[in-house]
Design a protein around this ligand. Structure first.
Ligand code: PRP
Ligand code: URA
Length: 209
């Protein structure tokens, strides 16, 4: 079974509590999603391999560390995943960004795919698939299906708020994928929204409701 990690860092937890409040502006919401995404990336990339290099400081020659040639890709699930990209990208500016567009049908709660645009060498990259919300798990499962169909194999799923139902479904569908969240919430309501959650992440990011 895949690993499920809740990133407990105090900065993440503090910012997430502000993000949940219904009275913050769309601007504040965007800033917080971006910041939490960046802080999550710090934890998620903890296992990147390092190699030794020789460098010249102003004083002497020394051995130092660098990340060992990993090619990364950040793939947001549209729309809400877009809100997490800039923060992560600022930490790993050489990463390529791909996009997977899908929305949940409001009646069936099933994801509907409308766009896939990925780096051509996606199979060779370590992938961070990002979406703030893991609710039923349908969107994440379909996103990973799409990536695996293109021979991508090293994928981590990074979200902010997860429901137990979504974690279970994703672990069953893709037991090889590690899942990271800032919080594991209580349950889904009858409309498939996470409780306590933070509402509709896409609408809050882009001010569409
Ligand atoms: C939200 C969210 C996830 C999905 C999670 O997207 O950003 O992609 O729902 O739900 P699931 O785990 O049940 O699939 P939404 O469909 O609202 O689209 P949007 O981001 O364009 O608003
Ligand atoms: N999508 C969201 O944006 N929020 C939820 O609570 C569930 C799915």
């Amino acid at each position: 079974m895949s690993n499920f990690t809740v990133v407990e860092h105090p900065l993440i937890q503090h910012k997430l509590s502000i993000l949940r409040r219904k009275d913050i502006s769309s601007k504040e919401f965007r800033e917080l999603v971006n910041e939490i995404g960046m802080l999550m990336a710090y934890e998620v990339t903890r296992d990147l391999p390092l190699e030794d290099i020789t460098i010249e400081t102003p004083i002497t020659t020394t051995t130092a560390k660098q990340i060992a040639g990993k090619k990364m890709a950040i793939i947001p699930i549209l729309r809400a995943g877009i809100g997490m990209v800039d923060g992560i990208h600022s930490l790993m500016p050489a990463a390529r960004v791909g996009h997977i567009g899908m929305y949940r049908d409001e009646e069936t709660l099933q994801p509907v795919e409308y766009l896939v645009k990925l780096p051509t060498d996606i199979a060779d990259r370590d992938i961070l698939l990002v979406d703030p919300m893991l609710a039923t798990g349908g969107s994440a499962i379909m996103g990973i299906d799409i990536l695996k169909k293109r021979k991508a194999h090293n994928i981590k799923f990074v979200c902010l708020v997860a429901a137990p139902e979504g974690v279970k479904a994703l672990q069953e569908a893709h037991p090889d994928i590690d899942i990271y969240a800032a919080a594991l919430d209580d349950h889904l309501n009858e409309h498939g929204y996470i409780v306590p959650g933070l509402g509709d992440a896409g609408d809050r990011l882009f001010g569409t409701k």
